[in-house]
Design a protein around this ligand. Structure first.
Ligand SMILES: Cc1ncc(COP(=O)(O)O)c(C=O)c1O
Length: 402
């Protein structure tokens, strides 16, 4: 029973945590691993010649090797950042100051994106004059092909999309999107809701840049991963510069590091990186990503069954694209509203009274909600420590709320 590995449940008896798409709980293994590191091995990294600094450096590097193993890339292609706003901004700004995006170019986004993949582009577009276009999602929640073909003009230099919707839980075929792109289009994929839930492979998707966050995968907050293809590490220059990013400095000039370090300005989140390494070790110990996916599929099946029984009273945003819902094209994320339009906050509060944590409102995807003219929703999302009883209790309370 994996729940026993997570002290939050012992310390909050009766808690049913279904807000995992926002952030996950931390296993004792990660908490202990971080405490031991801080108590025994912590110091700043890079260029410290004493043993503590070397140990700390080793833990930092080791966590990158583990990430490389998880997503199938080299540790040298991994950059650590702090959160999605910071990370996508870092890449977007680098693309602008490296002249990959010029003032007459277009960045193409999907209307269903998380705001983290909209705002950084908007801010830069306002200042630099390039244009942002959005391609549409059709009524089946699939890519609107005609609209994509119309918007994907020669001017498009960047396409940036999420692999899995944080609102509907739908998994998208980003490989197929990639196959439609010209070689000179920079393809960024937001993996925030896919890496935590199923095995992923950078080489298989074949994109230029992938970003994902680790607090959604049992590590601490403030550690975000950017995978950047080797050729782009060489080509792009970062906007933010500080020690770590440079090779040499004089009063009127500086030269940049040539490896991925050039994107990590200042003292990095060393403790966060260790928590991330510990989270991957924990995932290995429970049977790797395949086990997580297997468990998640059981949760998805239970949720689909549960929602189908009350479908005249509760609507979920997307359950299937054609015909019967299937478990394989989604993760355990469900956004729903009551047919009688009960306010989403009232529903969230009723769940909270029963010690059930769900999330309410627009889930940082307002354009998606507006596109479908749906009210704001409540979102429940499962993870590896949720069990059958959690899902049964969720539907029992939802039934009472109805
Ligand atoms: C698809 C997607 N992208 C980006 C983010 C933002 O991640 P963070 O809150 O770690 O910055 C989220 C978080 O919910 C997400 O679901």
């Amino acid at each position: 029973m994996l729940k026993n590995d997570f002290p939050i449940f012992k310390n909050n008896p009766g808690l049913i945590f279904l807000d995992n798409a926002a952030s996950t709980q931390k296993p004792q293994y990660v908490i202990d691993g971080v405490s031991e590191f801080v108590a025994n091995d912590y110091a700043n990294i890079h260029r410290g010649l004493y043993s503590l600094s070397e140990k700390s450096e080793e833990s930092y590097r080791h966590s990158k090797e583990l990430v490389g193993e998880l997503i199938n890339c080299k540790a040298s292609e991994i950059i650590y950042s702090y959160n999605s706003t910071y990370g996508i901004n870092l890449i977007a700004q680098s693309l602008v100051i490296s002249d990959v995006i010029k003032s007459w170019d277009v960045v193409l986004l999907w209307i269903r994106e998380h705001h983290a993949n909209i705002l950084p582009w908007q801010i830069l577009a306002e200042r630099k004059g390039f244009k942002i276009e959005f391609f549409n999602i059709n009524d089946e929640y699939e890519i609107d092909r005609n609209d994509f073909d119309k918007k994907y003009t020669d001017k498009v230099k960047v396409v940036s999309v999420a692999h899995v919707s944080n609102v509907t839980g739908k998994i998208y075929d980003v490989k197929k999107i990639h196959s439609k792109l010209r070689d000179d289009t920079f393809f960024l994929v937001d993996w925030s809701q896919s890496v935590p839930n199923f095995p992923v492979d950078v080489q298989d998707i074949g994109c230029d840049c992938l970003v994902f966050t680790w607090h959604k995968m049992m590590a601490y907050t403030g550690i975000w991963v950017i995978y950047l293809k080797k050729e782009w590490i060489k080509k792009l220059v970062p906007m933010i510069r500080w020690w770590g990013t440079i090779e040499d400095v004089d009063v009127s000039w500086h030269t940049l590091a040539t490896n991925s370090d050039k994107f990590e300005a200042g003292t990095p989140n060393i403790i966060g990186a260790v928590s991330l390494g510990k989270a991957i070790e924990y995932i290995k110990s429970i049977g790797w990503m395949e086990k997580i996916r297997e468990h998640e599929q059981k949760l998805v099946k239970m949720c689909l069954d549960g929602f189908s029984k009350i479908k005249d009273k509760v609507e979920i945003l997307w359950s299937s694209t054609a015909g019967e819902p299937t478990t394989t094209d989604r993760v355990a994320v469900f956004s729903f509203f009551l047919a009688n339009n009960t306010n989403f906050n009232n529903i969230g509060e009723k769940f909270a009274e029963q010690n059930i944590a769900v999330r309410c409102w627009g889930h940082c995807a307002y354009p998606l909600h507006k596109r479908f003219q749906k009210p704001w929703t409540c979102r429940m999302s499962g993870y590896l420590y949720n069990d059958e009883q959690d899902i049964e209790r969720f539907f029992e309370i939802l039934d009472k709320i109805i």
